[in-house]
Design a protein around this ligand. Structure first.
Ligand SMILES: Nc1ncnc2c1ncn2[C@@H]1O[C@H](COP(=O)(O)OP(=O)(O)OP(=O)(O)O)[C@@H](O)[C@H]1O
Ligand SMILES: [Mg+2]
Length: 340
């Protein structure tokens, strides 16, 4: 299932083609996934000997968590499903909902139970399951969802329909969440007893300490100890800088810029967007505070009026956008590349 050439480094190189930045997190994910599948392939049937190393991904919204997991599963060619922890907390029948997630995994594997039982389940918004002292309005408390999840993360037979079972022992669980407020907890617990000698010194050491999330931090945040105990690997996705946001639009293989260039090419038109435009869009995206999520919308808004005009003017051969504050420049096919 895992061919010889797949190494953590190869996994990271593949991720690099789609996920901008997040170097540390990509490496952590790659090593965890590699170790997991290595154990599966070497131990063969003796799966009971495998200690699971499920992964916890921490990072703000739109920083590439889901993207990284999806890209990973594509590379490994294993069945992959995403689920949302909030919907688990909204139902009164948590076990039904978990069953449905695993059923989707089996569907992804084309009905092959064996394949599915080695797949990846990504459970997003896990931070929303925190135990809270304030009034619970949800159907099931976050804590009981955590209990239900830790059973399957550990490995348990789960009934699917009438007489089929799936064993979750070899399924890799990746949990993700934004964990708003965790930084505060960490800076409190981690810098304890530390005396800064200078302003800059203080920052760099704090930064390094902050990179490590301790189980006790997660416990203080509101995850029960048994649950954090089943997530030994923690990968942190940092907030995206303006420069990273700009690159997201133009660098990845399937970047939105490339997609639109294809669309225009089909019309016989060359689209050229100058680098400052990506930076200007990144600037707006930062204000929206949804990470890379808002980039597509802003970019599409920029393209819409142009795509509206182009099909009616077959003489246009090239469109250049130099800045968000200037009108796009249209170039005619011939005789001498005159502008309109
Ligand atoms: N690091 C990144 N590299 C490339 N694209 C990114 C990156 N981060 C975000 N994006 C873009 O933003 C979109 C949303 O990212 P993604 O779905 O991975 O967010 P997320 O971290 O899972 O957020 P949430 O917590 O809201 O689920 C992606 O489809 C992608 O286009
Ligand atoms: Mg996500």
């Amino acid at each position: 299932m895992l061919s010889k050439e797949i190494t953590p480094r190869a996994i990271v190189e593949y991720l690099d083609q789609y996920v901008i930045g997040q170097e540390e997190a990509k490496r952590t994910l790659a090593v965890a996934v590699y170790a997991h599948y290595r154990k599966l392939s070497t131990l063969g049937q003796r799966s009971e000997a495998i200690a699971k190393s499920n992964v916890l991904i921490i990072g703000s919204s739109g920083t590439g968590k889901t993207l990284a997991c999806e890209t990973l599963s594509r590379f490994l060619a294993v069945p992959f499903v995403t689920a949302d922890a909030t919907s688990l907390a909204q139902t009164r029948y948590v076990s039904d909902e978990i069953e449905a997630i695993l059923q989707r995994l089996v569907d992804r594997a084309g009905g092959d139970l064996r394949q599915a039982s080695r797949g990846i389940v990504f459970i997003d918004e896990i931070d929303k399951l925190k135990t809270s002292s304030t009034g619970e309005s949800r159907a099931t408390s976050g804590e009981s969802v955590q209990h239900a999840l830790l059973k399957i993360m550990e490995g348990a037979p789960v009934k699917l329909g009438a007489d089929r079972f799936i064993d979750t022992t070899n399924i890799l669980f990746i949990c993700g969440g934004a964990f708003v407020g965790l930084d505060k907890i960490m800076s409190r617990t981690h810098s304890f007893g530390f005396i800064a000698t200078s302003e800059t010194d203080n920052k760099s050491i704090l930064d390094r300490l902050n990179d490590r999330v301790k189980p006790t931090d997660l416990f203080e945040f509101g995850l029960i100890p048994e649950f954090t105990g089943r997530l030994p690997v923690v990968a942190r996705f940092g907030d995206l800088s303006r420069e990273m946001l700009a690159r997201i639009m133009s660098v990845p293989k399937n970047a939105i810029y490339h997609q639109f260039r294809e669309v225009f090419r089909a019309e016989g038109v060359e689209l050229v967007v100058a680098p400052p435009v990506f930076e200007q869009i990144a600037e707006i995206a930062i204000e929206y505070k949804t990470g890379g999520r808002s980039l597509r919308g802003i970019f599409e808004e920029l393209m819409t009026p142009i795509l509206y005009v182009v099909p009616d003017h077959p003489q246009i051969c090239r469109v250049e956008i130099g800045s968000l504050f200037e009108a796009p420049r249209y170039f005619k096919r011939n005789p001498e590349n005159g502008e309109t």
